[in-house]
Design a protein around this ligand. Sequence first.
Ligand SMILES: Cc1cc2nc3c(=O)[nH]c(=O)nc-3n(C[C@H](O)[C@H](O)[C@H](O)COP(=O)(O)O)c2cc1C
Length: 344
Amino acid sequence: MKATKRLNKLWQRGQELLGVQYPIMCGAMTWISEPKLVSEVCNSGAFASLACGNMPPEMFEQQIEKTRELTDRPFAVNLITVAPNYKHHLDVAVQAKLPVIVFGGALPRDQEIEKAKSAGAKVLVFASTAALAKRMLRYGVDGLILEGMEAGGHIGPVAGPILWQQILFEYAEQVPIFIAGGISTGKMIAYLVLMGASGVQLGTRFVMTEECDVHDNFKAAFRKAQAREAMATPQFDSRLPVIPVRALKNKGTGEFSKLQLEILKRLDAEEINRETAQLEVEKFWIGGLHKAAIAGDVDYGSLMAGQTVGLAAEIKPVAAVIEELLRDAEQELARIAHTLGQYI
Ligand SMILES: Cc1cc2nc3c(=O)[nH]c(=O)nc-3n(C[C@H](O)[C@H](O)[C@H](O)COP(=O)(O)O)c2cc1C
């Protein structure tokens, strides 16, 4: 057990909601947040969400069972509301009596939140704008994950510090709020809990762990990447909307930009209609994360990564990452207490 005297006081509500000692969450990452990584994080006293992407419901059930074989600690499942199998995933999660269900993708309906809660689960929902956060609070969620656009994977339109001012500062008393996106150090965690966060969620940093079973090429690309290379997908024209994803730039991202520009020319020339244009754009990245993270094609696959990719170059065991985060957060809080004692 690590000495986390100050943190314990500051993030107590996060500990209670998640049922863990350290409310540091490893966010769900499709193909990556699998039983091994999830259980390793939970066995270290922190918390993790099992990803289900759009996997067949039976496979999702097996993944939950497998995780339970590897840890007796609590963990969450992450349901993507826009996945074709979403409704089945919700049924599986409810039947499995998971203690926490995290809804991502788009917003869950109020009946779906109710369904999860009536099965005994605590409900966390991602909020990427103030309006969505407020709606989710009205729907009675147990907590929010505020994710800024610095994060890796699918992102919202607003940067973290704006969301902290709009939501964290306004609603932290009302519900536990977890901050995601852009976090890689214990020092940062210290300031976030002082600002009212009940915990944090990290994704990119956990890719750089020994227990994360991604292809070596994927980790190597993360190791050498700079923060500025983790870029949001550009959109060139409102007629051709793209779902923004933050990923490392590679040949694939270049090809995707070229494709959009070509399609726009064809739209201008009325060679294709908007529906066909949209389908062509959407099919480009299908299977892209698997291609990079599992098959190791880092040139053309999707290298989803947050800007914190520039902060973690070393691959460490999960337990060592958590230990480092806790130690540095606690030390920073001690330093701040000392400074405040001198000046205030
Ligand atoms: C490779 C990758 C895949 C991700 N896949 C998912 C996902 O399937 N579902 C989800 O809710 N979030 C997903 N995320 C977001 C993470 O759960 C987490 O919120 C985010 O990484 C936090 O920001 P950070 O990358 O700055 O640490 C993904 C992130 C990455 C880097």
